[in-house]
Design a protein around this ligand. Structure first.
Ligand code: SF4
Length: 201
């Protein structure tokens, strides 16, 4: 069902106000220098977990956990994400999604099943390539933000990781103003932690 790189059985911080498990989806096509999970970027590795194992794990946690977080990597890269979310929701769990909004069309498909989204908005949209290494990535993020803000049943947090070597004070101020103009109610700045040469923090 999903190509997974790992599972955290219990978190109280990844889905605000909820006790949740986290499923880490494998693979991301962007190349942010500060990526927090560089070991999850490759797509040419086998899933570390079978979907049947995940569902058995979750069935045993019904009544103990409030929700399940789909994180990564980039969960939207998984073509069967809507199906996976529906299966998890059918067990009674709330659904959270951590995404950089790389594929707006896929975000639109999963929003009906999602209760909360942590959306990374990495920079003013015109400056995205500085962070992701990919031209056009800012357009994708902007489209995803628009979809999220129009999904009125979904709670959210917009997160910006601040690497001072890539984003200056003026960039952050410009971004904060443009997000406020879009109607964003919750924008959080995160400190950048870069991996060392071994990929560890
Ligand atoms: S979008 Fe997220 S997962 Fe992908 S490279 Fe950037 S920080 Fe890592």
């Amino acid at each position: 069902m999903l190509q997974l790189g790992g599972l955290v059985p219990l978190t109280s911080i990844d889905f605000p106000g909820h006790l949740a498990a986290v499923l880490f989806c494998q693979g991301c096509p962007w190349h942010c220098s500060y990526c927090h999970n560089p070991h999850l970027l490759r797509t040419d590795v086998p899933s570390t977990l079978e979907w049947g194992e995940v569902m058995r794990f979750l069935q045993e946690r019904v009544g103990f956990l409030d929700g399940v977080v789909f994180s990564g990597g980039e969960p939207l890269l998984q073509p069967r994400l809507p199906e996976a979310m529906q299966a998890v929701k059918a067990l009674g769990f709330k659904i959270a999604l951590h995404t950089a909004g790389i594929m707006p069309a896929r975000l639109a498909k999963v929003l009906p099943y999602v209760d909360w989204v942590g959306l990374d908005i990495k920079a003013p949209f015109h400056a995205y390539k500085r962070i992701t290494g990919l031209a056009g990535s800012g357009h994708k993020a902007a489209e995803s933000l628009d979809l999220l803000l129009n999904a009125h049943h979904v709670d959210y947090e917009i997160r910006t990781t601040v690497d001072p070597t890539l984003l200056g004070k003026a960039d952050i101020e410009q971004l904060a103003v443009s997000l406020a103009k879009c109607g964003v109610k919750r924008h959080v700045l995160q400190t950048c932690q870069k991996p060392d040469k071994s990929g560890m923090f």
